[in-house]
Design a protein around this ligand. Sequence first.
Ligand code: AMP
Ligand code: GLY
Length: 422
Amino acid sequence: MKVLIVGSGGREDTIAWKLSKSSKVSEIFIAPGNGGTSKYGKNINISVENIDGLKEFAIQNKIDLTVVGPEIPLTMGIVDEFEKNGLKVFGPSKEAAKVEGSKEFAKDIMKKYNIPTAEYETFTDYNKAKAYLEEKGAPIVIKADGLAAGKGVIVAMNLDEARAGLKEIMEDKIFGESNSKVVIEEFMDGEEASILAFTDGMTIVPMVSSQDHKRIFDGDKGPNTGGMGTYSPAPIVTDELSEIVYKEILVPMIEGLKKEGITYKGVLYAGLMIKDGKPKVVEFNARFGDPETQVVLPKLESDLFDILYAVAENKLSDIDIIWSKEATVCVVLASNGYPGNYEKNKEITGINTATSNGLLVFHAGTKEENGKIYTNGGRVLNVVASGDTIKEAVCNVYKNIDSIKFENMFYRKDIAHRALKK
Ligand code: AMP
Ligand code: GLY
């Protein structure tokens, strides 16, 4: 079978690595890919937003399955366009991807179907939003309605911060005219975890749990990023909690969407806040998480291709999905300056030493030129280790991480700190 993977991050490199192990996959193409994905197949120079270009490529090359990594092509309707042309594709339709593409849409569905989440109101009028802020007081959370590359959420601990954030989104329109609607919601206290699930709209199969580290610096300080590291499983997600998440969040969400006339297929990612053993939804994403995928897929013992193909064919109930019990930890190696401005084109060395010491090294912002690897993004590499326990996996990852080098490289030294305290 020929597979096309859409995307260029660590998530897509991990998906390519895993699919390359399937005996059913004969050829892999990655559009546009990165300096690592070319190990598993052919990088194709088509951007993730060029839906027509991707579709033409899939038709001409008789692609059997396309796997969509990032949210932007999903919210643009890549799945609808592919299916219209008889192409098999893994991911939710444009309407279904609104669970990520519009905070208002996601919150309204949650409210209607009694899915636990923070209290909220939606505003298009700045003065009304401001009055609501003043009435509720801090701490409070303000979210731009649409996609904002992880930057559209302001967790304001005081009213000044909240006022400034609201003005930026609604008056200064920093995320654009069309993205000046906001959701203002109650601040939730607790510990976060992610549960991703495979679903074909009928069967829902949760993956192993994980926890991301969104802040740039150790001790969860500094600005939010796309994610600086992950580990799996997250001990806060007990068997009992998993059961609650399945029954009170995943099932009602998929069923609720169905009642709205929307079949959700692909990965449904539930970002959770957990307090006193009870989960509330922080957000839904319409795709695999990055860097959650990097700790989850290495534990998948079943064939990933079988699962993705079964979802595309509405036959997920036919598949047994098995996970290993080991613990995994991922540390993101970033370019100095990220999540702000950073330099590119720094040569990276030592990847082979790290892999020969038992680490998995997934590429994110990298490119290959004349057999050498260079930095090409803010999050550059994802270094993953496993162990019998989280502690062992953490030791394994940090023991060998410094064999990898590039100018101004940095990484968090405290990934999994919450699990280690338990
Ligand atoms: P989101 O993009 O909605 O996941 O938000 C980004 C991050 O902001 C989350 O991972 C949380 O750390 C934080 N956050 C979002 N909503 C809330 C909330 N209602 N209460 C507390 N923290 C929140
Ligand atoms: N790591 C967070 C996300 O993928 O949205």
